[in-house]
Design a protein around this ligand. Structure first.
Ligand code: 5GP
Length: 114
């Protein structure tokens, strides 16, 4: 399976501003934040895109969202509201091919997204 910069972050091989981690997921601040809070939540397992999810990953996907919920509370954005986004492949603008959930908050969000 191909390695990515996020794989290296999850293994501690390159630095990141980590805000949460457990046995299944790692969460760190985006290098180019699009909101006052912009955290990326990734599984330690290197799944390239949503298209590659298998039935056996169902619990892991739940853990991504449970981590996002925890981090939103930690960041003080849970009550006001926040957005979670997973980009899949080129048309959605995915640039790093290790599954990641964007957690964005701290400002009002427009809809539809760009
Ligand atoms: P995508 O467009 O694939 O959904 O999102 C990739 C995100 O990863 C982008 O928001 C980008 O700013 C962020 N990013 C890319 N490389 C790095 C890095 O080395 N460290 C961190 N913390 N974020 C990165």
């Amino acid at each position: 399976m191909s390695d990515t910069i996020f794989g290296k972050i999850s293994r501690g091989e390159i630095p990141a501003d980590i805000v949460y981690q457990d046995e299944a997921v790692v969460a760190f601040r985006d290098l180019n934040p699009q909101a006052p809070t912009h955290v990326l939540v990734i599984p330690r397992k290197p799944i390239p895109t949503l298209n590659a999810l298998e039935a056996e990953d169902a619990e892991l996907v739940g853990k991504l969202f449970l981590a996002a919920r925890k981090i939103a509370e930690q960041e003080g954005i849970a009550a006001a509201g926040y957005r979670t986004v997973i980009n899949c492949n080129a048309a959605a603008g995915q640039t790093v091919f290790h599954l990641h959930l964007h957690l964005l908050g701290g400002r009002p969000m427009g809809w539809p997204p760009g």
